[in-house]
Design a protein around this ligand. Sequence first.
Ligand SMILES: [Cu+2]
Length: 509
Amino acid sequence: MRAWSRRELLVTGGGVLVLAACGAKSSSSVGGAAVGPTDPAVERRDAQRHRVAAATVTAMVTAAPVTVSIGGRDVETWAFSDRPSSGGIRAKVGDLVEATFINNLPSANTLHWHGIALRNDMDGVHGLTQSPVDTGGRFTYRFTAPDAGTYWFHPHMGLELDKGLYAPLIVEDPNDPVDSDLDVTLMLDDWLDGYGRTQEDVLADLKKSGGHSGHMGGSGSSTGGMGGMGGMNQSSSGGMGSMMGGLTGDVTYPLHVINGRGPSERETVKAKPGQRVRLRLINAGSDTAYRVAVGGHRLTVTHADGFPVTAHEVDNVVLGMGERYDVIVTAQSGSFPIVAVPEGKSDPAAEALLITSDAATVPAVGSRPTELNGRTLTYDDLTATEAVRLPSKSPDRAETIHLTANPSGYVHGIDGRSYPDSAPITVREGERLRLKVVNNTMMFHPIHLHGHTFQMVGDGNARKDTVNVLPMSSVEIDIAADNPGQWMLHCHNTYHFEMGMATVLSYRA
Ligand SMILES: [Cu+2]
């Protein structure tokens, strides 16, 4: 069964006048009441995830102002632990996670569990699935982790994600087919705190300039707003072309970090020669895509956004904000740079080290492995493994949304409307929704859907929860609507999200 889209109805007859009055949005809206986070359908669905004799993993996640030494200076930031990216959680697939969020921040907040297909009332979106947790308050998130993989958690209010509030949530599979000797998580982030400008300063500048803030000591950018988007290569990044096309970011950052450490205090991965090292790469940045390579090594990509893919070997991977890749590196003898170059930006790179036991010398800070210029992973390279492929089914419903921006005032939205005024995407439980996301802007947008891992449509068919939509391009994704509730779909650029590039995947009864 296939639903008619509204546009088709306009052409074919029946209900033309009524539908025309609804506006021009191309959609096939579902009627009925919204299935809210406390709806019995949420509980019923969650009961199906519970496993007999599941273990409970308890954690305290305290968000608080901290002083951290980053990049050789003491900076004030907000974090969950003594350093951004530490304080993470490890569980096994099927475990019940019981994480108490203690909010010692000066403002209200919530926690979002990025990528997890959890029950809707634990998704951590203020105003949609829960009330914000006030200063001094706490909230216990209880949910089953139904799928193994590399996930992470972060706040879901305001500009806080561009501080140090992020940490990994790793869900292990005891029967993981990927064997590795070492399991290492590397979180990449664009760093602002302690360098003279706050997140609010950046946003204010962006609103004034219509884009491209962050040049230290004033805007002064020659590519303000939509004006400078002619070239594919926005700026020099070691002579590489940009995977993201057009504009690759609005904000220039003074520092980029891996696991909360700058190049002057590089995170070090210690291995023995010949060991298989699993690197779980997570882009926790706010406005930066990263191209990651390991000097002297190829990367075997095994998972995209936590879900397994047929192993594929490349020289480097590019991650948009919110994306993850698990890669296997077979450690050579020596010491090698792990470099995350801000894609299409001239900012300094984030750097770490891979050192095997017999390493004699350490690569200099600033070295740029040739692998950065080699073969880059594309979505077309990614094939979901048989175990996680969505069952073949023709879509019950097709929707198209457009990502829109107006540089005047730095307004972002979907189909010209900013959240919460954007139109929801409606669906009924059990349906297969094919969603086309069209980017009508000159910058890429990593689009993230909560509570679901969709499947890419095209030459590749990876399961993902975050997908980069390139400038003036589109992607299609298939969503199995199997998790009732109200779920955000939004751009994972912190500043675009704040300015309204978001809507809701809304289940209707
Ligand atoms: Cu965006």
